[in-house]
Design a protein around this ligand. Structure first.
Ligand code: ZN
Length: 402
């Protein structure tokens, strides 16, 4: 164990927590992140980052170092809405700190990871940035609406392609190495409308959908668990229909599917599986993968399909070994490991771009999107220490990830 990581991080604790409170107090729902992005850029500049840019999508990217081996610490800066305010015991934007806990929307998901990774840059400057490393700390946008879109943009449009991405979403300070994927589909049936007084003249699109609804419920029961990510799932999240009037037979019906994908399940296998359902065949229903095309806070539209692949890093990947070594160096103990239940920007970095990706972050996944969201101050300090230790271990091990 090397005391300097935690000692260095403790020295930064006061300003780290003040910065965390500031960014929690700035509301930043998806596509409305401009103010928090500017605040993060300002902090990076004050901490002496070598370069701070805000790209055309509106992601803030801070750089330290100039070496050939590129590490990115990624945190998304958007949050979901607060939900029912009556369920909150404090103002969701208070940023209060009491008894070592920071409170507010985004503290767990995931302004804690953002604050700790920004301060990891400061800690690395204090401890010494290895000459072979370039560190990027990214504060990315629109994750809550379309996970990974920001990294599709960064890799394909700005040319930044790190050799390792650390996702700083909450892991309760465990090292995570993957997640299930997801996708959004619609199934549509068409019928023929007629006057509701003589329904036998028409063909009701809702009746055609009824069998499909049952088939999908049964499909979810049939999906098999697969190691190490567990079982995929499918559920119907919405049903809607159209007809010329409430006194007419419905001529269109649509269901929205939330599909979670495990190992070996892809966009194609999931679509084919729905198309093959007996009721879908019988009704002549169509299956559609949906598109996301919502402007970012800068107004940039970067359309993509709502397909977010599953991903995992092998337990014997040298980068994963560096992560475990970093935990031992920073804390003198073996890391606990695991997988996220929810989805992260890893769908793009690992799932689409095949960049070695793992996760480590302050706070707990179960507080994400929940009222009374909170994160321990001690987690913020420890995450800062871990990220700095990881950069050192990655430099020392000298592996070039494939
Ligand atoms: Zn998140």
């Amino acid at each position: 164990m090397n005391e300097r990581y935690m000692q260095g991080a403790r020295k930064l604790e006061h300003s780290l927590v003040a910065f965390m409170q500031d960014i929690v107090r700035i509301p930043s729902q998806s596509s409305r992140e401009g103010a928090v992005v500017r605040r993060i850029a300002e902090e990076m500049e004050q901490l002496g980052y070598d370069e701070v840019t805000i790209d055309p999508m509106g992601n803030v990217v801070g750089r330290i170092g100039n070496g050939p081996r590129v590490v990115a610490l990624d945190g998304h800066v958007d949050t979901v809405d607060v939900g029912d305010p009556a369920q909150w015991q404090r103002d969701p934007f208070s940023g209060d700190v009491e008894d070592g806990i920071v409170y507010g929307r985004g503290t767990a998901d995931m302004k804690g990871g953002v604050a700790s990774s920004v301060y990891a840059g400061a800690l690395l400057k204090a401890l010494g940035m290895p000459g072979d490393i370039t560190l990027y700390v990214t504060g990315t946008v629109q994750e809550e609406d379309c996970d990974g879109l920001c990294w599709q943009y960064i890799v394909n449009e700005t040319g930044l392609r790190p050799q390792v991405v650390v996702i700083t979403e909450p892991t309760s300070l465990k090292v995570y190495r993957g997640q299930r994927g997801r996708m959004e589909m619609e199934v549509r049936t068409a019928g023929v409308s007629c006057h509701g007084s003589a329904p036998e003249r028409g063909d009701n699109a809702i009746y055609k959908m009824a069998g499909i609804v049952s088939d999908i419920e049964a499909l979810n029961e049939r999906l098999e668990p697969r190691e190490p990510l567990g079982k995929g799932s499918v559920t119907i999240s919405e049903i809607r229909s159209v007809s010329p009037s409430l006194c007419a037979v419905a001529d269109g019906c649509t269901i929205h599917l939330d599909r979670r994908l495990t190992v070996g399940e892809t966009e194609q296998t999931a679509v084919d599986e729905i198309r093959a359902l007996p009721a879908v065949q019988k009704a002549g229903a169509t299956v559609h993968l949906l598109e996301y095309a919502v402007p970012s806070h800068t107004g940039l539209v970067y359309p993509t399909r709502k397909y977010y692949p599953a991903w995992q890093m092998s337990a014997d990947d040298p980068v994963f070994e560096d992560a475990l070594a970093a935990h031992r160096a920073a804390f003198g103990s073996a890391a606990e490991t695991g997988f996220w239940v929810f989805s992260t920007n890893g769908v793009a970095t690992a799932g689409m771009e095949a960049i070695p990706t793992f996760g480590y972050g302050p706070g707990h996944e179960h507080f994400a999107h929940a009222p009374n969201e909170q994160t321990e101050v001690d987690h913020l300090v420890r995450a800062t220490a871990f990220y700095a230790a990881f950069v050192h271990e990655f430099s020392l091990s000298g592996v070039t990830p494939s």
